[in-house]
Design a protein around this ligand. Structure first.
Ligand code: GAR
Length: 209
């Protein structure tokens, strides 16, 4: 049976769009985007989901007294929807351990840097690219990884690099990494998961033929 995927979003949702487009091309093998859940009712990603006919939900951080209470509500919503795979696609809330315990090795995140560089608390969105430029790296990129209890610390599924160019701004670098890395790696990883082809062995993820 096709795996039921929930995509969690907070903002613009270009990674969600990449997943929707890949699904329309038949590239999410054995998977179906069953729900889009936003941490913020104004997320433009919700419009993208509605346009694609995907059911949307909001579990807003500010409706709960703590991130733990929000995580518990989110887990209940995901379980009620019989979700098999949770995809964090530009999801800007750090979830507590209840999430990983409910979905062990079944949560994927896309991060806009080559982990372990420019990762962890405080490294999200445009800040990641600001830090990479400040540091002066010549390569940056994106990482898709399983989510563990350590922020940005779970086993790595895939990574792709691009060059950092002399006149880059954080916005220009972000766009290059999204187009060349994130929008390709995330749908590929989701499809591999849905086909049962990602095997986690300690910190290593083996991709089965
Ligand atoms: C993406 O670059 C994503 O990798 C990043 O935020 C952006 C969201 O864009 N996520 C993180 O920084 C998570 N730590 P999108 O809403 O257009 O997909």
């Amino acid at each position: 049976m096709a795996k039921r995927i929930a995509v969690l979003v907070s903002g613009g949702g270009t990674n969600l769009q990449a997943l929707i487009d890949a699904q329309a091309r038949g590239e999410i093998v054995n998977g179906e985007i069953a729900a889009v859940i936003a941490s913020n009712p104004d997320a433009y990603a919700l419009e993208r989901a509605k346009k694609a006919g995907i059911p949307t939900y909001v579990v807003a951080r500010k409706s709960y007294p703590s991130s733990q209470a929000m995580t518990v509500a989110l887990v209940e919503q995901l379980q009620a929807l019989h979700i098999d795979l949770v995809v964090l696609a530009g999801f800007m809330v750090i979830l507590t351990s209840e999430m990983v315990q409910a979905f062990p090795n079944a949560i994927l995140n896309v991060h806009p840097a080559l982990i372990p560089s420019f990762a962890g608390p405080g490294c999200y969105g445009l800040h990641v690219h600001e830090k990479a430029l400040e540091y002066g790296v010549k390569l940056s990129g994106a990482t898709v990884h399983f989510v563990s209890e350590e922020c940005d610390g779970g086993p790595i599924v895939s990574q792709k690099a691009v060059e950092v160019l002399p006149d880059d701004t954080p916005e220009i670098l972000q766009r290059r990494i999204m187009e060349n890395c994130e929008w390709k790696l995330l749908p590929q990883a989701v499809s591999l998961f849905c086909q049962g082809r990602l095997k986690v062995e300690g910190r290593t993820v083996r991709i089965l033929d």
